[in-house]
Design a binder for this molecule. Structure first.
Ligand code: ADP
Ligand code: ASP
Ligand code: MG
Length: 395
């Protein structure tokens, strides 16, 4: 009988030093010794992708998207080779593959590509030889053979798509926190660890900035029924499982998005600017509609690209952050949220409702305080997520 297969992904902090790579190797060896076939996906060592990006930006504020992919994909190639060497030295046969060697084919949207297909024949062959296969995350190749990358945080998506293509029993995302929390635990100390989180809530959290999972990773796992677990590289526990088609919590969690900028334009230019953003691959996070002006909220690092096209139409720009409350009852909490924040001195620049969530645009210096205020009121002081935990216990 064929051995079960698991895909394990290790993020940047987990492979950040040679000592940490040794810890990562222990997890892989454990899984292998437990009788699994193991495919591993790695990110670049922590800070490396930003370092490479910084080098490119010393040359050009908006470097060629194709060349940027060639450059950024190098980060993952370093960590995959170091990990393979570590496993080999420990007596385990391991081989590293680039995205292209692993058969990962994407569309041609450089810097934000989508995986189209994975030809697993090479990986299958190596697994049949009892090798541990290590694949570079975040990268693939388009039909022309050019290297592409999947957007920041994209190694999660590489892992889950490989898990789907290989029919793995689980995709395990190892990171620097021990699971998915009701809010970023680095910001809200009392955030609750969620043993399970439903797909709709996780999708909203990922979409609105909770970077613990890359959005396409969650979407793929949901659509293709891939068991998806988040757990710590530095601790042994069950982590959190993303599971369930329905949101059962009044408030599932709060997501924070930083490094955003609101680009002020005249209201009559809104449609044209949004269309242009779509064409050049800039994600619009929010549209602030005021009587006199419209604010297009995008990532700060995309603003130079937008300015190339629209410099004459941009009146002003302002750094902002976005706070999103996710859950069944979130919509009912819009006015209360604004009131709670204003009472404690946090200016809410803009607010709106969306699918099972509310979004609040706040000044960047207030976003952590705002997240704590809302988390205290809606999660710490209420039993709302207990509904979800009860369901998890009942299976
Ligand atoms: P990796 O490098 O392993 O991919 P990331 O930095 O991309 O790790 O994601 C993990 C980080 O996500 C955590 O360190 C944490 O600060 C942040 N995070 C944001 N929201 C959440 C959340 N709801 N639950 C857990 N972690 C979160
Ligand atoms: N190295 C890439 C990044 O920093 C991809 C990843 O870590 O998932 O965004
Ligand atoms: Mg990540």
């Amino acid at each position: 009988m064929e051995k079960p297969l698991i895909v394990q992904k290790f993020g940047g902090t987990s492979v950040g030093t040679i000592d940490r790579i040794a810890q990562v190797a222990e997890h892989i060896i454990q899984a292998k010794n437990d009788g699994n076939q193991v495919v591993v996906v790695v990110s670049a060592m922590s800070g490396e992708t930003n370092r490479l990006l910084g080098l490119a930006q010393q040359i050009d504020a908006v470097p060629s998207a194709r060349e940027l992919d060639v450059l950024l994909s190098a980060g993952e190639q370093v960590s995959m080779a170091l990990l393979a060497m570590t496993l080999n030295r420990n007596g385990y046969s391991a081989i590293s593959l680039t995205g292209s060697q692993a058969g990962i084919v994407t569309d041609s949207l450089h810097n934000d590509a989508t995986i189209k297909t994975i030809d697993t024949s090479k990986i299958d062959e190596l697994l049949a030889q009892d090798q541990i296969v290590i694949v570079a995350g975040f990268q693939g190749v388009n039909e022309k053979g050019d290297i592409t990358t999947l957007g920041r945080g994209g190694s999660d998506t590489s892992a889950v798509t490989l898990a789907g293509a290989l029919n793995a029993k689980e995709c395990q995302i190892f990171t620097d926190v021990d699971g998915i929390y009701s809010c970023d635990p680095r910001v809200v100390k009392g955030a609750r660890k969620l043993p399970t989180i439903d797909f709709p809530s996780m999708t909203q959290m990922a979409k609105r900035g909770a970077k613990v999972l890359h959005l396409p990773c969650v979407e793929y796992a949901w659509k293709n029924d891939v068991p998806l677990r988040v757990l710590s590289t530095f601790d042994v526990n069950e982590g959190s499982l993303v599971k369930g088609e329905m949101c059962l919590s009044d408030v599932s969690g709060i997501a924070i998005a930083r490094d955003l900028v609101s680009i002020e334009i005249q209201p009559e230019h809104e449609e044209q600017v949004i269309k242009q953003c779509q064409m050049i691959g800039i994600e619009v996070w929010n549209v602030i509609k005021k009587a006199e002006w419209t604010g297009i909220v995008i990532k700060q690092d995309a603003s130079a690209k937008l300015a190339l096209v629209f410099n004459d139409k941009i009146r002003n720009s302002e750094a902002v952050s976005l706070l999103t409350v996710v859950g069944l009852q979130a919509k009912e909490l819009l006015h209360l949220s604004c009131k709670l924040l204003e009472e404690q001195g946090v200016t809410v620049n803009y607010y709106e409702q969306a699918c099972q969530c509310i979004q609040l645009v706040v000044p960047p210096e207030c976003v952590d305080k705002a997240a704590n205020i809302l988390h205290d009121s809606y999660i710490t002081q209420s039993g709302s997520i207990d509904i979800q935990q009860k369901h998890a216990l009942l299976g």
